[in-house]
Design a protein around this ligand. Structure first.
Ligand code: FAD
Length: 303
């Protein structure tokens, strides 16, 4: 029997959003903007720009979102962390985002200053937890606030239930959307979603999709963040360490399989961790029916 597959009929074209990180040097800057320009015509709901914990990318994040506002038709969300900073310092960043025209913040605590695995020490004059930061942002301006969610539990959380309680506090403080840590087994996401909904949280929980550009690097990152790497995924990349061309094709196939399954199971919004690389994400978007629209600059040129 042939089951109906919405992903094959364009009846469920998803909304997408893309995450970028701020560039460290000129070469990375060129690469970022090439990727932004390539993905912009796909009409993402928003794009987000990460923020180095402790403010290490403060200027770069600000400059990147400002340029997106000034030079593109994209709606950027600026990430912000509260680790190692006083409330006054964080508030100043929030006000500078507002002044630059940013109206959407991804609010995060940030990893402990001593590194992952070390105990988290809130700044004595700082926001103690992410829900406090969400409240602080909402006090300053009419921002849309997105937060993180962890289908396999944040490594510091005592249990998945405790983690969902923390998410609930962030929602009660004013967050209206969550983006998940990446995962590879879609059942993990759907089981988590069931628990989240059962706890009374009704905001959209966007699955965070990571295209596996480099398996070793992704697996290392997964280990540190508590995301599991199924054996079948490792098997698919095994033996391709010195074969980047095949690796890219396999990465595209793996990501396509995951995304198509999410859409067939009713997911309407997807968030891609682009790593500032457009090609694979562009191909996956094309596969699910997202075709280029005219960018603002192209529309102006045509008029
Ligand atoms: P929180 O919601 O603050 O906490 C997650 C869980 O850990 C909760 O269950 C909470 O109760 C528990 N917890 C928190 N503190 C403690 C504690 N002291 N003791 C016990 N349990 C505790 N990091 C960056 O630096 N910059 C970014 O731009 C960035 N973007 C991200 C985007 C997404 C979508 C995601 C998923 C993560 C991102 N991170 C980023 C990583 C994030 O900062 C770390 O995972 C950080 O360790 C937790 O912050 P949080 O706001 O995600 O989690």
């Amino acid at each position: 029997m042939n089951a109906f597959r919405p992903s094959r009929h364009g009846s469920r074209r998803p909304r997408v959003s893309f995450e970028f990180f701020p560039p460290k040097n000129e070469e990375m800057e060129v690469n970022l903007w090439d990727s932004v320009r390539r993905l912009e015509p796909l009409g993402p709901a928003f794009v987000s720009v990460t923020y180095g914990a402790g403010g290490s990318t403060r200027e770069r994040t600000h400059n990147t979102v400002k340029r997106m506002i000034d030079e593109t038709g994209l709606k950027p969300a600026a990430h912000l962390t509260c680790v190692s900073a006083s409330c006054a310092e964080v508030d100043e960043v929030i006000r500078s985002y507002w002044a630059a025209g940013v109206r959407h913040i991804v609010a995060l605590r940030g990893d402990p200053a001593g590194g992952l695995g070390t105990p988290y020490e809130p700044h004595p004059q700082g926001y103690h937890q992410t829900s406090d930061l969400v409240e602080g942002i909402r006090r300053i301006g009419e921002f849309e606030v997105t937060v993180s969610a962890y289908p396999e539990k944040h490594p510091e959380a005592a249990s998945l239930d405790a983690d969902i309680d923390a998410l609930k506090k962030k929602v009660d403080a004013g967050a209206t959307r969550a983006i998940t840590q990446f995962f590879f087994d879609n059942d993990v996401y759907f089981r988590y979603l069931d628990k989240v909904r059962a706890s009374g949280i009704d905001i959209p929980i966007l699955p965070g999709i990571v295209p596996v550009q480099n398996f070793k690097q992704t697996a290392g990152f997964a280990r540190r963040t508590g995301a599991s790497v199924p054996q079948w995924l490792a098997d698919r990349f095994e033996g391709l360490e010195d074969d980047p061309a095949t690796r890219r094709l396999v990465a595209a196939a793996v990501c396509a399989e995951q995304v198509l399954d999410l859409i067939d199971r009713g997911v309407s919004d997807l968030h891609f961790y682009t790593m500032n690389k457009a090609d694979l994400v562009y191909a996956i978007c094309h596969l699910v029916g997202l075709k280029p629209e005219k960018t603002q600059a192209q529309q102006v040129a045509a008029e």
